[in-house]
Design a protein around this ligand. Structure first.
Ligand code: F6P
Length: 319
């Protein structure tokens, strides 16, 4: 293995830079040339590629975003796009590839792996929606951002005696809402994995108000209804003035937490190690605090299990 390419794909996630740094430094330590592929699979299709050295990854471990830039690339899903990528891989003498991204990016990595390109995936997405790994890089940073926002919103919520809906990202996965809601002491958490009865949310709000509670924080996963319509319904049913905050892309940026940096460093290191061991077509992950790797098919087929136990704890603690 003389040359390894590395790319970041899909939505960015804090900690991607720490993982790139780990890949580059581990590669160079092992006398492997590392090529940085820019803007995800686009860079692989059009040859937007640069050799990286130790200094290319200096001063990035603490930075959000990705120095390689990222994209969601539709062309790569076509035969023409795939063939262009395979050609570039040959032209640049890329012997192995490391893909940092979520499940969509891993599907692309698997396609290349099926075509005989030794490929390893590192899970990077704030959504934490990949079933085979306990955590994805970026998730805990997003949770910290949401918890920080909840604390600030709670201040003004108490001052005004209002209810506040805080809408968070996560696509089809309620983990950001669940973890941030539990850590932020939210009164209600609404996620796609559990049916929500708005009347129950309203009853909780009224009960809290009756015992002198001044604030009410409702954490809502994106896609589970419309936050503004929900606010209107809550206002009508409880007469509590209700405001909406949609946190949006603020959750995707910022300095990665230590946990994300530590995972990124370990996973980046392991990804290079796997290629050097001659292993390919594997997804790196973490389970019970151990770095693991699984075949892409197996990793992609594992459905995320929702932490009902945590959801129940959050419900009980917010009475
Ligand atoms: O997958 C990460 C994510 O931030 C989701 O939580 C969100 O639904 C989506 O990406 C937003 O995508 P975009 O950055 O394209 O608006």
């Amino acid at each position: 293995m003389k040359t390894i390419g590395v790319l970041t794909s899909g939505g960015d996630a804090p900690g991607m830079n720490a993982a790139i740094r780990a890949v580059v430094r581990t590669g160079i330590y092992n006398q492997v040339r590392i090529l940085g592929i820019k803007q995800g699979y686009n860079g692989l299709i059009n040859g937007n590629i640069e050799e990286m050295n130790l200094s290319s990854v200096a001063d990035i471990i603490h930075r959000g975003g990705t120095i390689l830039r990222t994209a969601r690339c539709d062309e790569f899903a076509t035969d023409d796009g795939l063939n262009k990528a395979l050609n570039i891989i040959e032209v640049f003498n890329i012997d192995g590839l490391i893909v940092l991204g979520g499940d969509g990016s891993f599907k692309g990595a698997k396609t290349l792996s099926d075509k005989g390109i030794p490929t390893i995936g590192i899970p990077c997405t704030i959504d934490n929606d990949m079933g085979y790994t306990d955590y994805t890089i970026g998730f805990y940073t997003a949770v910290e951002t949401v918890v920080d926002a909840i604390s600030k919103i709670r201040d003004t919520s108490s001052s005004h005696g209002r209810a506040n809906i805080v809408e968070v990202m996560g696509r089809h996965c309620g983990d950001i809402a669940l973890y941030a809601g539990l850590a932020g002491g939210a009164e209600s958490i609404i996620v796609p994995e559990e049916n929500t009865d708005i009347d129950a949310v309203c009853r909780k709000l009224i009960q809290g108000r009756n015992r002198g509670k001044l604030h009410s924080i409702i954490v809502l996963s994106e896609g589970v209804g419309n936050a503004y319509e929900m606010a209107k319904e809550i206002e009508e049913k409880t007469s509590a003035e209700t405001r909406v905050t949609i946190l949006g892309h603020i959750q995707r940026g910022g300095t990665p937490t230590s946990f994300d940096r530590i995972m990124a460093s370990q996973m980046g290191y392991r990804a290079v190690e796997l290629l050097l061991e001659g292993k390919a077509g594997r997804a790196v992950g973490v389970r019970q605090n151990q770095i693991i790797d699984l075949d892409f098919d197996e990793a992609l087929s594992q459905k995320r299990v929702f932490r009902k136990d945590m959801y129940e704890i959050a419900r009980i603690l917010s009475i």
